[in-house]
Design a protein around this ligand. Structure first.
Ligand code: SF4
Ligand code: SF4
Length: 191
């Protein structure tokens, strides 16, 4: 009984002195004077993800420039959303590492859930999930990426570790909106 009385008195003192209100105010004022962590994307800054990030697919070549994809279609079978299309063809010109190459290799990014099963299934490490994440576009056709686009060198090279912020610029033109990042001007940020 006496314990209960003691608790009630303490509670009353807290209420009279507005201690909970003061605690809340202290947190609010703390945020007001703390350093801002606003990310100025896309006008000034762009986040460069870590290497393990799973963004838009890339198709890779070996050191001699030959296409690594042998059109085995294992990625097609592994894909849970059936968003990859591969059409094989014979080509002995040395374009690929084998005589079987992909005539068509395309991925529908609207259906893709970036699970990475396709890269896990690939026996030649031809398909990888890259670090591009700017997927918004106004034309539905641009949500499908074909082989020619995926074989282009990646905007963020493998040599860059990631996990940092790069200086960037938003460019508007008749062909659309593009974010250009200066990967030489990067900085780490403690979030
Ligand atoms: S990341 Fe997953 S969903 Fe996307 S294409 Fe690969 S297997 Fe399919
Ligand atoms: S990307 Fe890999 S798994 Fe898919 S068809 Fe080419 S070699 Fe086979």
């Amino acid at each position: 009984m006496s314990d209960k009385k003691g608790v009630d008195i303490l509670d009353l003192i807290r209420k009279v002195l507005f201690t909970d209100f003061v605690k809340g105010l202290k947190i609010t004022l703390g945020y007001n004077v703390s350093k801002s962590i606003t990310h100025r994307y896309p006008d000034d800054e762009k986040w460069v993800p870590y290497r393990r990030f799973r963004g838009v697919h890339t198709l890779n070549r070996d050191e001699k420039g030959r296409e690594l994809c042998v059109a085995c279609e294992l990625c097609v079978k592994a894909c849970p959303t059936s968003c990859i299309t591969v059409v094989p063809m014979e080509d002995d010109t040395g374009r690929g590492i084998a005589d079987r190459v992909a005539k068509v290799w395309k991925v529908n990014l609207v259906r893709c859930m970036f699970c990475g099963y396709c890269e896990d299934a690939c026996p030649t490490r031809a398909v990888r999930l890259g670090r591009e994440y700017e997927l918004a576009c106004s034309d539905f056709a641009c949500t499908v990426r074909n082989k020619e686009e995926l074989l282009l060198p990646q905007p963020v090279p493998e040599s860059i570790e990631g996990g940092l912020v790069a200086k960037a610029r938003l460019e508007r033109s008749l062909s659309g909106i593009k974010v250009t990042a200066d990967l030489k001007a990067t900085k780490k940020r403690a979030w």
